[in-house]
Write a protein that binds this ligand. Structure first.
Ligand SMILES: Cc1cc2nc3c(=O)[nH]c(=O)nc-3n(C[C@H](O)[C@H](O)[C@H](O)COP(=O)(O)OP(=O)(O)OC[C@H]3O[C@@H](n4cnc5c(N)ncnc54)[C@H](O)[C@@H]3O)c2cc1C
Length: 391
C-alpha cells in the first residue's frame, strides 16, 4: 500500500488531518487500532475553542456542531460559597467556546471520511514507524490478522499518549518534560438537565469540582479524588452528596440529581515530548503532549497541531518550499507550552493538594479574589480559555 501521508490514529487529530488534506487535494490513509464503535463512544473532551469550531466549519465538518452544539459565553468560578462569572465576549472582543462532545466531532469526521475521503482502516494497528529519517518512511501494521506495510512520503503520528509513533524518535534526540499530580478526576455522565447554563469551576476545601454538560438533557460532572481511586468505590449517592457540598453557595443554588449512566477516573498529567518532528515523522496531539483537563485544552491542541501540519504540507505542494514543515515542531511547541502553562495554572488554582498548607489555601483564595476583582486578571483567563491563535 502507498500514500502521500500515512496517519496513525483516528482520534480527533488523525480524523481532522485526513479531512484537511483531502480538502487540499493531498491523499492519505488512516490506520486506527480500535473499531469504529469504540472510537465513536469514548467519552473525553467537550469544549471547543473558538478557533477549533472555526476550523471544523471551514473543513465542512461543522454543520451538526452548529445545530446541536451549545455556544458558551462564559464560565463561573465558585469559591468560599460565592460565585463569579467570567464574561468571555466582553473580555476578548467577542470570542466564545462551543460545548460539543469529542464523540460527536469524531462521528462527524468519520462519516465525512468514509463518504468522501481516502481509506480509513479500523482495527488496523500500527506496529512501528520505520525509516523516519529517510525520504520514504513506512508504517508496519496489522489488519485483519495479516501484517502489511504502508509506504508514505510523510507519517503523522496521531496515535495518542499510548501509541507507537513517538518511539520512532531516537532517545538521544528526545527531551521529555513531565509532571504528575497526586489526584485525578472522577467523572460522571448523568441523565439530568445541567443545573447551570455555563460550566462551573469550584474550589473547595474538600477539593475541586466541575459542572459541565453534553447536551440540554445530559450533565457531565467531575470531582477531584485521590490518585489511584477506583470509580466503583463511590456509590451514586456518595458522588451526588460530595458534588452538593463542593458546589454549595450562600445564595441557595441547587444541584439537580439524576441517574448516573457512566463513571470513570482520569489521572492528571502534564507531558511534553520535544521535538515534535523527526525527519519525515511528525507527532500531533496527545502523541506529543498531555495537559491536565482543567483548562479544556487537549483536543484543541491536537487541532492546532494538525492545522499547522496541513498548512505546511499545502505550502510545500504549492511553492516547493519545505520551510513550514521544517519549523513545524517549533511552531506547535510555542502554542503547546502556552496551553501547558494555562492548564497548570488552572489546576493549581482550583485543586487542593493532599499536603496543602494553610498558607497555600489562603494564596489560592487570594488568586481567585484577584480574578474576581481585576479585569486584567480575568482577561488573561478569558483569552487563554477561548484559545490561542493557530500560528
Ligand atoms: C476524561 C477526559 C476528559 C477530557 N476533557 C477534555 C476537555 O474538556 N477538553 C479538551 O480539549 N481535552 C480534553 N481531554 C483530552 C482530549 O480528549 C485529548 O487531548 C484528545 O483526545 C487528543 O486527541 P488525539 O487525536 O491526539 O488522541 P486520541 O484521542 O487519544 O486518539 C488517538 C487514536 O490513536 C489510536 N491508536 C493508538 N495506538 C495506535 C496504533 N498503534 N495504531 C493505530 N491506532 C492507534 C487510538 O485508538 C485512538 O483512536 C480529555 C481527556 C480525557 C481522558
Amino acid at each position: 500500500m502507498r500514500t502521500t501521508v500515512g496517519i496513525i490514529g483516528a482520534g480527533p487529530a488523525g480524523l481532522l488531518l485526513a479531512r484537511l488534506l483531502h480538502n487540499a487535494g493531498i491523499d492519505s490513509v488512516v490506520l486506527e487500532s480500535r473499531d469504529r464503535d469504540y472510537v465513536e463512544h469514548r467519552q473525553r473532551a467537550g469544549i471547543l475553542e473558538q478557533g477549533t469550531a472555526d476550523v471544523l466549519r471551514a473543513a465542512g465538518a461543522g454543520e451538526r456542531m452548529d445545530r446541536e452544539g451549545l455556544r458558551h459565553d462564559g464560565i463561573e468560578l465558585r469559591f468560599d460559597r460565592r460565585r463569579h462569572r467570567v464574561d468571555f465576549p466582553a473580555l476578548t472582543g467577542g470570542r466564545s467556546v462551543m460545548v460539543y462532545a469529542q464523540t460527536e466531532v469524531c462521528k462527524d469526521l468519520i462519516a465525512l471520511q468514509l463518504k468522501e475521503g481516502g481509506p480509513l482502516l479500523f482495527e488496523a494497528e500500527a506496529l512501528a514507524v520505520e525509516g523516519a529519517d529517510t525520504d520514504s518512511p513506512r508504517v508496519r501494521f496489522r489488519h485483519e490478522g495479516t501484517e502489511d506495510v504502508l509506504d508514505c512520503d510523510y507519517v503523522v503520528g496521531c496515535d495518542g499518549f499510548w501509541g507507537v509513533s513517538r518511539k520512532a524518535v531516537p532517545a538521544e534526540l528526545t527531551r521529555v518534560f513531565e509532571r504528575t499530580y497526586p489526584f485525578g478526576w472522577l467523572g460522571i455522565l448523568a441523565d439530568v438537565a445541567p443545573s447551570h447554563d455555563e460550566l462551573v469551576y469550584a474550589r473547595h476545601d474538600r477539593g475541586f469540582a466541575l459542572l459541565s454538560m453534553r447536551s440540554p438533557s445530559v450533565s457531565r460532572l467531575y470531582l477531584q479524588v485521590p490518585e489511584g481511586t477506583d470509580a466503583e468505590a463511590w456509590s451514586d449517592d456518595e458522588i451526588w452528596a460530595e458534588l452538593e457540598r463542593r458546589f454549595e453557595t450562600a445564595d441557595g443554588w441547587r444541584l439537580e440529581r439524576g441517574p448516573i449512566t457512566q463513571k470513570s477516573v482520569t489521572p492528571m498529567r502534564s507531558y511534553v515530548h520535544e521535538p515534535m518532528r523527526h525527519g519525515r515523522l511528525f507527532l500531533a496531539g496527545d502523541a506529543a503532549h498531555i495537559v491536565p483537563p482543567t483548562g479544556a485544552k487537549g483536543l484543541n491542541l491536537a487541532v492546532g497541531d494538525v492545522v499547522t501540519f496541513a498548512r505546511a504540507l499545502t505550502y510545500q505542494k504549492e511553492t516547493g518550499s519545505a520551510q513550514l514543515l521544517d519549523t513545524y515542531s517549533e511552531a506547535c511547541l510555542r502554542r503547546v507550552w502556552q496551553a501547558e502553562r494555562f492548564s497548570y495554572d488552572m489546576t493549581t488554582l482550583l485543586h487542593r493538594a493532599p499536603d496543602a498548607t494553610p498558607f497555600e489555601d489562603r494564596l489560592q483564595l487570594a488568586r481567585l479574589e484577584r480574578l474576581a476583582g481585576s479585569r486584567a486578571a480575568e482577561t488573561d483567563l478569558a483569552e487563554a480559555y477561548t484559545g490561542f491563535p493557530f500560528g
